[in-house]
Design a binder for this molecule. Sequence first.
Ligand code: CP3
Length: 341
Amino acid sequence: MIFTDACKGKKTPYTPVWIMRQAGRYLPEYMEVRKKAGNFLNLCHTPELAAEVTLQPVDIVGVDAAIMFSDILVVPNEMGMKLDFVKGEGPVFEKPVKTKDDIDGLLGDKEAADKLTYVYETIKIAREKLSDEKALIGFTGAPWTLATYMVEGQGTKTYNIVKKLIYTDPKLMHYLLQKVSDVVKYYLENQIKSGVNVVQIFDSWAAALEKSAYMEFSWRYIKDICSYIKSKYPEIPIIVFPKGIGTYLDDIDGDFDVFGVDWGTPMSLAKEKLGDRYILQGNMEPCRLYSKEATKECVMSIADTMKDGRHIFNLGHGILPDVSVENAKFFVSLVKEVTKR
Ligand code: CP3
């Protein structure tokens, strides 16, 4: 499997490529299936349909890995927080977490993780239908990113509610983060048992925190989850994607295989700081996909920086819904062509 080989630092015939958020609204075929499901959450809850959209980007765009179709927020949802996706506003939790009693009222550990049966079923169906050459990626949100949504109740520009908690009652924040981490460990473990070949931890809100706070409230939990998974499943590659922490790279270590580089961090800097220890993933600015010229310029530049290998091609964050499928295909085939060895 070229993708897992690359995650482990083995030589591959070309640099494998996939796209964060590759199963989504830019694909007309995805919109068709979502319509059939009624809405996004129903789609996540219907394994046959979720498996179908998981496989679409492999067939249509030609990526080397599928990522199971779900959302990071199904975890707090199954812990007991009512979740809604409001048009134009994104995800919203009806009753955000405020007190220790609120946290104690949520399900934890295996009890919460075992409720995500529809995710495990999606994995089983998708893995069975996927060609042996292609990897299936499982994922979770990092405890910090999940807890941010749980405390804020929705996306935020200032993070003021969750940061107020960090600086006024750090113990309570750690209490929540520990509870979420424990669920996430079992969640990833169940995904691996169901058939995923690789797991990725998305820390989308990493950049909200100053360095010392990031290390204390996010990175240590990510490291702890990685150590847990590695101790039980050493053969499963782990990808971490803390978005926007390019200036903290000197302090990054841990038991994972691949570091996802966001588009704001120069690949050459990531290579200098982490390239000897980790395989790097990324990092084209997603908006370059609006233009073939801009895509080509960036692919050539990243391919040149990473010409010695130890690289997985991707965007530096998720693909946007108004990108043309043709340009996404162009990106994938160009990567395969220019990195051929
Ligand atoms: O293809 C894939 O990458 C797999 C599927 C996937 C989704 N969400 C599907 C989705 C993955 C890996 C995620 C992760 C996710 N979800 C993250 C971390 C990654 C990142 O982009 O930083 C975050 C922060 C979320 C939370 C979330 N889910 C938001 C903010 C939104 C709304 C975004 C929007 O543009 O409306 C979602 C909904 C969501 N998750 C969609 C998809 C395809 C769009 C739903 C739809 O309308 O069909």
